[in-house]
Design a protein around this ligand. Structure first.
Ligand SMILES: [Mn+2]
Length: 298
């Protein structure tokens, strides 16, 4: 691990309910790379916004017990070794009633996080906020890529089932795969707009109702490019910032949650740091929702 310039929410040390790590990796990025600078930008944003939530509006991040351990020492250009290192860190930090919160980096890092957490806790069910399925068998000749993450996770058994919110752009092959698997289900971005975020969250909760543990993965391209111009693979027709925070709060309010990540922020393409701030706010909301859920009896 290497020390980061800013810590998440500007917090230092203390008793931990939540561990934060950064994974500054972007080597398989195929369009607008630069997600290696995501952790620094999201932390900087998190240290400069107010510490209460949007939904969890009367709870404050400094009361949760967040420990930022810095960044995983990634190896640029070597996805296998980087995932191996992420896996070891996740295995060490995961479980025992703690929440692991990771800041990417490209979406590929989620595979390392799931491998590590699954080896400790068993495979979680994964809820993904994303414009894309990331279910290709291979992409640009690579089996390990930001576009294949959840195909590998399902095959390896490190994700029990996967539910997507906000998908709207796919390759015919991955749509076919998604339709043929009873371990995959989704609400498209269009259905989310038409039926509302509360229905989408209820659908996700139903699909994961029998799961022992939950992992929440937030690809910032879930948001419309209007709200997240600094996404690495922006796709029109996405969610609003209000939908993002409502969805995150609804899904993370669950004491089965063992991990959360926010990925795919490419700060060089950002405008006015809007994307980094949205990512920081979403991760903060997830942590506050989890903290609130843990405080409730039963
Ligand atoms: Mn993705």
């Amino acid at each position: 691990m290497t020390k980061a310039e800013y810590s998440f929410a500007g917090l230092e040390g203390g008793e931990g309910l939540v561990y934060v790590i950064g994974v500054p990796f972007d080597s398989t990025s195929s369009f607008r790379s630069g997600q290696r600078r995501g952790p620094a930008a999201v932390r900087r944003a998190s240290a400069n916004i107010e510490s209460n939530g949007y939904v969890n509006s009367e709870v404050y991040i400094e009361n949760v017990g967040v420990i930022d351990l810095g960044d995983v020492g990634v190896v640029h250009g070597d996805v296998r070794e980087t995932l191996h290192r992420v896996e070891r860190v996740a295995e060490e930090l995961g479980g025992e009633g703690k929440l692991l919160a990771a800041i990417g980096g490209e979406h590929t890092i989620t595979l390392g996080l799931l491998r590590g957490l699954a080896s400790k806790n068993g495979a979680p069910c994964v809820i993904v906020l994303d414009a894309h399925f990331d279910l290709r068998d291979e992409y640009l000749g690579l089996k390990l890529s930001h576009a294949t993450v959840f195909r590998r996770a399902l095959e390896e058994g490190v994700a029990e089932r996967v539910f997507y919110l906000g998908v709207r752009a796919w390759d015919p092959g991955e749509l076919e795969y998604a339709k043929s698997s009873d371990r995959v289900d989704w609400v498209t971005s269009r259905m989310l707009q038409l039926s509302g975020v509360a229905n989408a969250v209820a659908h996700a909760r139903h699909f994961t109702s029998r799961c022992e543990s939950i992992y929440l993965s937030i690809d910032i391209d879930f948001l419309d490019p209007a709200y997240a111009p600094g996404a690495a693979n922006p796709e029109p027709g996405g969610a609003t910032i209000w939908d993002l925070l409502e969805a995150v709060a609804g899904l993370a309010s669950d004491n089965r949650l063992i991990g959360v990540d926010v990925v795919e922020v490419a700060p060089q393409y950002d405008c006015g740091e809007a994307t980094s701030i949205a990512a920081a706010k979403a991760l903060q909301e997830a942590i506050l929702a989890y903290y609130n859920a843990r405080r409730k009896p039963g």
